[in-house]
Design a protein around this ligand. Structure first.
Ligand SMILES: Cc1cc2nc3c(=O)[nH]c(=O)nc-3n(C[C@H](O)[C@H](O)[C@H](O)COP(=O)(O)OP(=O)(O)OC[C@H]3O[C@@H](n4cnc5c(N)ncnc54)[C@H](O)[C@@H]3O)c2cc1C
Length: 398
């Protein structure tokens, strides 16, 4: 059972990765679509809460896997990890897709006449075999297997005919790996909005086959007509990362979008103090809040030891807390890892001018990994996939 056994620390992530690496080749390839249930061992990695908060990075996961398997053998796993990178890059160039999701979710939440139907679906009381079990599993563990997420979203949209934004919101409120890009764009993909006209239809046969016969729900929709929506404006270019002076004395700000500053910032940079922000208002669910709270304490200790300076936790990511840290350390620059589209990015966008008025620059530094892959996420996953070997080669991983 992934959710209940996810210890929120980098050490736990590394242990899980080491256990998983031998299976990242053929075993993953053959078994990754099977969801044997929460009480049975699974061949998937269970690394998503760690990757979501970058307690471990995509780069190191792929590096460790490719140290043991060649790209042919571990291609499927590498590709799955890169789905995450792809979704992040795609949304970065289309922030209005996230904004429209939020608006539509709020509109549906206030106006949707079938509030009771939503409640029954979330509480696992629809009478649909499998679907009800996954709803409860999600709430209890904070995790669902990828295939179960696909089946669940498909049944929510096409059998129960509930608004997709409220299903995506249910996931955000309970997944430990809840993520603006992966969640929104996956729900859109099932609904036929992401790849226009291409939907995902869950069938009883497929569910029975890949749950080892645990479920064979009756009465599922037999067709999945793609949802439609008003067109979006054209994709925008990736924003230039703001300039910063790596030699200038700085505060290092760590947010829950990237809790591995040791691999993002140079030890020789002038980091005078570290602030780790565990702001529950920037997360959607209590499970993720608990995970981040514990991971933040561990990250503060780890980063403090690595950079050889004091590390403090703050509960609210606000200008006052950052200004008093900057004043206490006598610095005029705060550096932090780039925050992708989502609540942390929104908070930083508000803070930046407020800090600038006080003479303190806030610089978000994008990781080389994101800078290398995101420019290829302009269109569909297929052209992105074609670029994977070349970018891995340029990154020194193959
Ligand atoms: C409707 C729906 C909603 C989803 N919501 C989220 C979400 O909020 N957060 C999230 O991290 N993933 C989401 N996913 C993607 C995927 O289901 C999870 O990342 C995966 O199940 C995590 O389990 P794992 O770590 O054992 O995956 P593994 O199969 O071991 O994969 C390794 C890593 O690759 C990445 N990955 C794998 N598959 C995908 C995928 N299809 N899309 C993006 N990244 C992937 C994850 O970081 C994962 O940890 C969603 C998928 C669907 C269909």
């Amino acid at each position: 059972m992934v959710g209940l056994t996810v210890a929120p620390s980098r050490d736990a992530a590394l242990v899980r990765l080491a256990q998983f690496v031998p299976d990242a080749g053929g075993r993953y390839d053959v078994g990754r679509n099977t969801d044997a249930g929460p009480d049975h061992p699974s061949v998937v990695s269970g690394l998503s809460p760690y990757l979501r908060h970058r307690l471990i990075t995509e780069r190191e996961v792929i590096a460790q896997v490719l140290a043991v398997h060649d790209l042919d053998a571990a291609g499927k796993f590498v590709q799955e990890v890169l789905w995450r990178t792809y979704w992040k890059g795609w949304l970065e160039m289309r922030p209005s897709v996230w904004l429209r999701f939020l608006e539509e979710r709020d509109r549906q939440r206030d106006a949707f006449p079938a509030g009771r139907a939503i409640l029954k679906a979330e509480q696992g009381q629809t009478g649909i075999e499998g679907f009800d079990d996954w709803a409860r599993e999600l709430v209890e563990t904070g995790y669902l297997h990828n295939h179960a997420r696909m089946w669940f979203a498909s049944i929510w949209i096409f059998t129960l005919r509930l608004p997709w934004t409220l299903g995506a919101d249910f996931f955000l409120r309970h997944l430990l790996d809840a993520d603006a890009a992966s969640n929104t764009l996956s729900w859109r993909w099932v609904a036929g909005l992401q790849t226009a006209g291409k939907t995902y239809l869950a069938t009883a046969d497929n569910i029975a086959r890949y749950t080892n016969g645990r479920f064979a729900p009756k009465g599922l929709a037999r067709e999945a007509l793609a949802l439609t929506e008003a067109p979006f404006e054209a994709a925008q270019s990736l924003k230039e990362a703001p300039r910063h002076d790596p030699g200038q004395p700085s505060i290092l700000l760590v947010t829950h979008d990237d809790m591995n500053p040791e691999s993002a910032f140079d030890c020789a940079a002038g980091i005078r103090a570290i602030i780790v922000a565990a702001d529950g208002d920037l997360l959607w669910g209590d499970g993720a809040r608990r995970f981040v709270d514990l991971a933040a304490a561990e990250t503060a200790a780890r980063a403090g030891a690595h950079f050889g300076c004091g590390a403090n936790l703050i509960e609210r990511l606000d200008a006052q807390a950052l200004m008093s840290a900057a004043n206490a350390a006598g610095v005029k620059q705060i550096v932090t890892s780039f925050a992708p589209v989502g609540p942390v990015a929104d908070a930083l966008a508000e803070l930046t001018p407020a800090l600038a008025r006080e003479g303190v620059a806030l610089a978000q530094v994008r990781r080389d990994w994101d800078s290398a892959f995101w420019p290829h996420a302009k269109k569909g996953f297929f052209p992105f996939k074609e670029r994977i070997p070349a970018v891995l080669r340029e990154s020194g991983l193959i």
